[in-house]
Design a protein around this ligand. Structure first.
Ligand SMILES: Nc1ncnc2c1ncn2[C@@H]1O[C@H](COP(=O)(O)OP(=O)(O)OP(=O)(O)O)[C@@H](O)[C@H]1O
Length: 222
């Protein structure tokens, strides 16, 4: 279960100016749900994802993920929490173009001190799952947009996290690739993962696999 309780997030722009990105958000997401956060640019969707991932902290209010009060986690615990529980798919993928597909995918494992065989097993699982095995040794910069996205999704899943957060995942994809992303979401849902997608892509609206659609407008749920 993920809960946001009376969450306010203000960004300080300068000494006398702040932006209220989230204005008293209350939200509950159950394990295994696919949730779409919809709303126009600047409405606060990415801010919600970053709070759930403990990438930032609310100005006031609480964020609970599983048993963890992530809004209170010190930074070193927050990165540990992310490594185990969260897979993040960024809009621009955040891949390193000069590294190979497999090097990019195993990056989250670097701090974990795993044996080579453990790393290989985890890598093989996601290479197969996301149909990118045949490109494993190629440099990411030579891949197509759709392939790069599959690498980003594979990296987000390398630790088999319970929660996948995707920020505008189809912003750089054509219709066909966007539909194949939706197929991937279906597979992840079948595995029991909780998936939260921030998007203004109408392809996600009214989809049968989506359990909850939440509309955000100027930092509020409407
Ligand atoms: N680091 C920051 N400093 C100052 N203002 C910020 C910061 N991050 C976000 N904001 C502001 O907070 C509000 C919400 O931004 P957020 O990125 O959460 O919206 P969004 O709905 O995800 O938009 P988009 O679809 O364009 O990514 C916006 O007004 C934005 O300008």
């Amino acid at each position: 279960m993920i809960s946001l309780i009376n969450v306010v997030k203000k960004y300080e722009v300068n000494e006398n100016e702040s932006v209220v990105a989230l204005d008293n958000i209350n939200l509950e997401i159950k394990e295994g749900q696919v949730v779409v956060l919809r709303g126009s640019s600047g409405s606060g969707k990415s801010t919600i994802l970053s709070l759930i991932a403990a990438l930032s902290k609310p100005t006031s209010g609480e964020v609970l993920v599983g048993g963890d009060r992530v809004s209170k986690l010190p930074d070193n615990f927050a990165s540990d929490f992310r490594r185990h529980f969260i897979g993040f798919v960024f809009q621009k993928y955040n891949l390193i173009p000069t590294l190979s597909v497999e090097e990019n995918i195993i990056l989250p494992l670097v701090p974990m001190n795993l044996s080579e065989s453990e790393i290989k097993a985890k890598l093989q699982r996601v290479l197969r799952m996301f149909n990118i095995e045949h490109k494993a040794s190629q440099l990411v910069k030579n891949l197509s947009g759709g392939e790069q996205q599959r690498v980003a999704i594979a990296r987000a899943n390398i630790n088999n996290p319970k929660i996948i957060l995707a920020d505008e995942p189809t912003a750089n994809l054509d219709k066909k690739l966007s539909l194949s992303f939706i197929e991937i979401v279906k597979e992840l849902k079948n595995e029991g993962k909780t998936i939260i997608i921030a998007t203004h892509d109408p392809l996600f609206f009214g989809l049968d696999i989506v359990d909850v659609e939440i509309e955000i407008y100027q930092g509020k749920i409407i």
